[in-house]
Design a protein around this ligand. Structure first.
Ligand SMILES: *[C@@H]1O[C@H](CO)[C@@H](O)[C@H](O)[C@H]1NC(C)=O
Ligand SMILES: *[C@@H]1O[C@H](CO)[C@@H](O)[C@H](O)[C@H]1NC(C)=O
Ligand SMILES: *[C@@H]1O[C@H](CO)[C@@H](O)[C@H](O)[C@H]1NC(C)=O
Length: 283
């Protein structure tokens, strides 16, 4: 674990530098990415990622990295190895960033022996620095944070990334789940940044976060921060969470996770039955 502290001291100033680049933007030029989500990329995503990777390579030439913009140019999915692997999202919530909405961040996670050991997330607009080292708790600006501890789905507020339904593969899944969730939970938000969404569960501002079909860089830092804050992370199907294929349900407590899995399970069953009968989603 000593090494992990060294890595933390190394990466923190780099993330703070990246946050300054985000904050000092002049003009954001957006391009549509080649995926099914309508995701966009800006010149700043590329700039921040290149600098982070270059500095990591200079200091730790044997370490691996998995980073959003670099991977988007490759067809093959990366494989996680036992080597220390830096998993980077230079700007999460790019659509928010491009519109000047302050719910966006830099995210860097680290795995060693395929295990998540370090997460650093900085929202430079709100000055929110979320950090976690495995086994040592989660922190906001250096102060220990905990989830809300919520154990009742009926009173819970969730962050549900309904935009995922733009992707045909998730349309029915997300619409059926929405129908069941909206009748159960106290409130639903769609905040547009997976990493910030996870961090807001960790610090108790929301009780649950749900998003399917994401990428390792959306999850590597944030899911560790949720767990270290006392929260729970599951695959939304109820299977064990898989960092390399994240479909995550992150909740304030394990009890709450079970309740969400039950409601979403009912929705998934209804969907499967309708699909068997050849019906598309109908409200
Ligand atoms: C990942 O592993 C699979 C199975 O071993 C292999 O087919 C694939 O080429 C690997 N991908 C990369 C990017 O190395
Ligand atoms: C975190 O620290 C920064 C810098 O000291 C401060 O501006 C900001 O308000 C703090 N944020 C929170 C949530 O305490
Ligand atoms: C939530 O409300 C439903 C319907 O009223 C009820 O059956 C369930 O027990 C409640 N859940 C909790 C955890 O209180």
């Amino acid at each position: 674990m000593e090494k992990v502290h060294e890595y933390y001291q190394f990466i923190l100033p780099l993330v703070i530098e990246a946050g300054k680049v985000m904050k000092n933007v002049v003009e954001v030029k957006t391009e549509l990415k080649n995926n099914d989500y309508g995701d966009i990329v800006t010149q700043y995503d590329r700039q921040i990622e290149e600098v982070l990777i270059r500095k990591i390579k200079d200091r730790y030439p044997t370490h691996c990295h998995i980073a959003e913009e670099e991977m988007s140019t490759k067809d093959e999915k990366p494989n996680l190895t036992d080597e220390p692997t830096w998993i980077i999202d230079p700007i999460d919530g790019t659509a928010n960033f491009a519109r000047g909405i302050a719910f966006t961040c830099v995210s860097v996670g680290l795995t060693i022996n395929k295990e998540q050991v370090l997460g650093v997330v900085l929202n430079p607009y709100l000055d929110e620095l979320f950090t976690a080292i495995k086994g040592e708790g989660a922190f906001l600006n250096g102060t220990r944070i905990f989830t809300s501890g919520c154990k009742d789905i009926n009173t819970s507020t969730m962050n549900y990334e309904i935009t995922i339904a733009r992707n045909e593969k998730y349309y029915d899944l997300y619409m059926y789940r929405f129908k069941h969730l909206i009748k159960t939970v106290a409130g639903i938000l769609a905040m547009g940044s997976a990493v910030m969404g996870l961090c807001y569960v960790a610090c108790g501002k929301t009780d649950a976060y749900q998003c399917d079909g994401l990428y390792p860089w959306d999850a590597a830092a944030g899911t560790l921060i949720v767990r270290e804050a006392g929260g729970f992370v599951s695959d939304s199907s109820g299977e064990e969470f898989d960092l390399m294929n994240p479909n995550f349900l992150a909740t304030a407590s394990e009890e709450l996770c079970q309740q969400y899995l039950e409601v979403e399970g009912n929705a998934d069953e209804e969907r499967e039955q309708c699909l068997r009968e050849g019906k598309e989603y109908m409200p």
